[in-house]
Ligand binder design. Structure first.
Ligand code: ADP
Ligand code: MG
Length: 483
């Protein structure tokens, strides 16, 4: 746990997150307009999204299904009865003057997310609720020297607001929580988790206290758009609060902004309370009633989620919790690994994927989908090592060549004559020659200096350009040196 050491002792950070996750859906929450990212401004706006008088919202069933799916993935309670309410506020990019959201009766209740912490331990973080709401439009302040423009493409797009309990205790835990949450959403296919495009946005609530004390007053930092910035914002904000409290000042509950250029948070406005929004049930929408059979059907169709997959990888493949955790972090990686491991030694497969493949992807700043070596090709390479055709050392060189050229391992081995020498007669001849030419080293070995064997192995490898089967070389050498 990260504590802050102050003048008056240690302080504990308390953090709760409100994550806005954009629902993967072709159409908006209450209209048929499209949702694709990056379209020309104001080309994906229906009359409902522009809030023209008299337009009526019609609930999109696909968005509801996504919210239910997400709730189930968060091991949460699904509320069969929920209510859409109007959250009233004025903003230039909110033409209706209110946002349709859920308040007292959200679609999803309490759930949890499991954090995988360093050292293999884990911790449950409570989810308070998940509700559906519409997004607002966007104000563009950088298009004209004196005017602001409004783009309503985002107006009405479905969001899931996922609210955690104040269970998080450090920037590291918050990082682990966001990674895990994003991983679950991506597995479910309910949010693409892309923070740069704004499909996952995060409001961070931070307070500090002396361990064992009741919760302190929190500040909320709005719309932080990367995990690293979230962590920086928390570290700064917690220190700021400790500084104030130790000076005998009180924390004012307020909304703050994080400035990524300075790494500081600054006051934006006093915290608004629920009553400021004058929430009331939207008279244009009936309460949402879900059929339990439909919820059960959605549950039956859920994919295997990262926590279960991790347990299976540990149990079935004998992987370490760490390797299993790395391999299940995203669905594509897990599928790639499983395809490589199929019919092969899973630990060797895991090793190739996490060291050689990940290393090459990182060095070249590529996603797995862009890898020039697919799962079948990597499997082919591993097979050549397993059947003795290729030594482990040369296999890495072949991998690099596969990466550069996109060619198959067998082809490269054939063309470059990299086939391992596993013919005992051939190796015996080479060994005999080296032994004959190096009487000094032979004498050393025979007088008990076992380590010289390494030097002999090196000589054989040099003579064969590394192609001799190391196991065989050892056997033949020991026999020859024994005299
Ligand atoms: P609001 O809309 O007023 O911000 P929400 O219920 O949407 O209220 O969100 C409250 C968030 O603040 C939750 O994530 C909760 O865990 C967190 N939170 C509540 N109390 C504290 C506290 N004392 N310190 C830190 N976080 C807190
Ligand atoms: Mg809030």
């Amino acid at each position: 746990m990260a504590m802050i050491e102050g003048r008056t002792g240690s302080w504990e950070m308390v953090i709760g997150l409100e994550v806005h996750a954009q629902v993967v859906s072709e159409a908006k929450l209450f209209s048929g307009a499209a949702t694709a990212f990056g379209a020309e401004p104001n080309t994906q706006v229906s009359l409902v999204d522009a809030a023209l008088p008299g337009m009526l919202p019609v609930l999109n069933r696909a968005c509801v299904e996504q919210a239910v799916k997400t709730g189930l993935g968060l091991k949460a309670r699904i509320n069969l009865h929920s209510v859409f309410e109007r959250k009233n506020y004025f903003y230039a990019d909110l033409p209706a003057g209110y946002q349709i959201s859920q308040y007292l009766e959200p679609i999803v209740g309490a759930g949890s997310v499991t954090l995988d912490l360093e050292g293999g331990s884990s911790r449950e973080i409570g989810i308070e609720r998940l509700h559906l709401e519409q997004d607002a439009g966007k104000s563009l302040h950088d298009q004209h020297p004196t005017k602001s423009y409004i783009d309503l493409n985002r107006s009405g797009v479905a969001l899931m607001e996922i609210v955690s309990k104040p269970d998080l205790r450090s920037p590291e835990e918050v990082g682990a929580y966001l990674h895990k949450l994003r991983s679950i959403l991506r597995y479910l296919g309910t949010c693409d988790g892309n923070m740069e495009e704004g499909s996952l946005r995060c409001d961070v609530n931070v307070s500090v206290r002396k361990p064992g004390d009741p919760l302190g007053t929190r500040c909320e930092i709005k719309n932080v758009n990367s995990i690293r910035f979230v962590q920086q914002a928390i570290a700064f904000e917690a220190k700021r609060q400790v500084g104030l409290l130790e000076e005998g000042e009180a924390i004012v509950q307020e909304t703050r902004l994080f400035d990524s250029n300075t790494g500081r948070t600054r006051s934006m406005r006093g915290k608004e309370e629920a009553h400021d929004y004058r929430y009331f049930p939207d008279p244009d929408l009936l309460p949402l009633e879900l059929d339990p059979a439909w919820v059960a059907e959605i549950e039956a169709g859920l994919p295997e989620l990262p926590d279960d997959k991790k347990l299976r990888f540990i149990a079935d493949f004998g992987l370490s919790p760490y390797d299993a955790g790395v391999l299940v972090a995203d669905r594509e990686t897990a599928a790639y690994f499983e395809a490589v491991a199929e019919g092969r030694d899973p630990k060797i497969a895991a090793n190739w994927v996490t060291s050689e493949l990940f290393g090459a992807l990182n060095r070249n700043d590529l996603e797995l989908a862009q890898s020039p070596v697919d799962a079948a090709e990597l499997g082919g390479l591993i097979d050549l090592v397993a059947d003795g055709t290729l030594s482990g050392r040369l296999a890495k060189e072949v991998f690099d060549e596969m990466w550069r050229t996109g060619r198959q391992a067998a082809e490269i081995v054939e063309e470059k004559g990299l086939k391992q020498i596993s013919d005992a007669g051939e190796i015996e001849a080479i060994v005999a020659k080296i032994v004959a030419e190096n009487a000094g080293q032979v004498a050393q070995f025979r007088s008990g200096n076992e380590k010289v064997i390494g030097w002999f192995v090196g000589q054989v490898m040099k003579a064969t350009q590394g192609k001799a089967n190391p196991k065989l070389v050892n056997e033949v050498l020991r026999k020859a040196l024994a005299g």
